[in-house]
Design a protein around this ligand. Sequence first.
Ligand code: KG4
Ligand code: ZN
Length: 328
Amino acid sequence: MQNILGIETSCDETAVAVYSRQRGLLAHQIYSQVALHAEYGGVVPELASRDHVRKLAPLIAAALAEAGLSRADGIAYTRGPGLLGALLVGGAVARGLGMAWQVPVLGVHHMEGHLLSPLLEPDAPAFPFVALLVSGGHTLLVAVEGVGRYRQLGTTLDDAVGEAFDKTAKLLGLGYPGGPALARLAEDGAPGRFVFPRPMLDRPGLDFSFSGLKTAVALAVRDAGPADHADIARGFEEAVTETLAVKCRRALQETGYARLVVAGGVGANRRLREQLDAAATAHDFRVYFPRHAFCTDNGAMIAHVGALRLPGDARAACAPDPMAVARW
Ligand code: KG4
Ligand code: ZN
């Protein structure tokens, strides 16, 4: 079983990829629903499901054509977490195709896809490493010893970091999707004019909390004018990225590992990359970022986990499935 079709429909991207055990990634197709949801200021679950229904079959055809295949030998789809209706579309199509092609079908944990996405790159990290998973729904520090061997080191006590970006973007009157829009605005902002709290840095441990920071920004926005928004965005981004960088360093110290991988949508943030690159140089560890397209939701990461976990690859043969064991 060599060529695995991966299907990702957990939120507002319809994404399909083909990953070959011999040749790596053969095809990678994505359709973003951003334009569909923009006028509502956020993802509308029912519209997302309906659009996945429309777009998934043509994208699968396009991915198979790109890979030069008429079918795959196994299918992996995102089983969760995500929007229920959206997940059901991917799951139903995967099972239907699996029956038609008579090939095995595997449900994959979305966060395991993100977690292992740096392994898609040519300069892939060796195990063990610390992973920082930062998306719209998760903020996790995980010790990764191998496929399926994950130990949660820290998580958020309230908002996920991507959620904090999105909510703060809303406070600043920016449209959906908020995270990238806030990051763009922050580029024009002066650093140091607004200094917001660095949540939980004064306490030991590896957990995060972002709701207090959001409140601090809300108060600043209330007292400021539109001309200050870029500086506020910059102050918020500095506070978040510095907090993440400090906790990553603590996680590396605690585990004794020398490699850090960053995954999930917020991993696309330029300032976060700069902060972590600087910390890596100063403290002698290596940091790995997947390319931008593999940071945000994509099919390649799901096909890749399928290639590791479906029968035929010894690396995950005995590894526990995080869908069954993790609290995430
Ligand atoms: O991993 P992802 O595509 O979807 C989830 O699984 O949640 O992550 C989406 C999150 C959103 O909250 C989005 O605002 C944030 O990642 N994001 C960013 C940037 N690009 C995406 N946040 C900050 N800076 C960015 N450049
Ligand atoms: Zn994601």
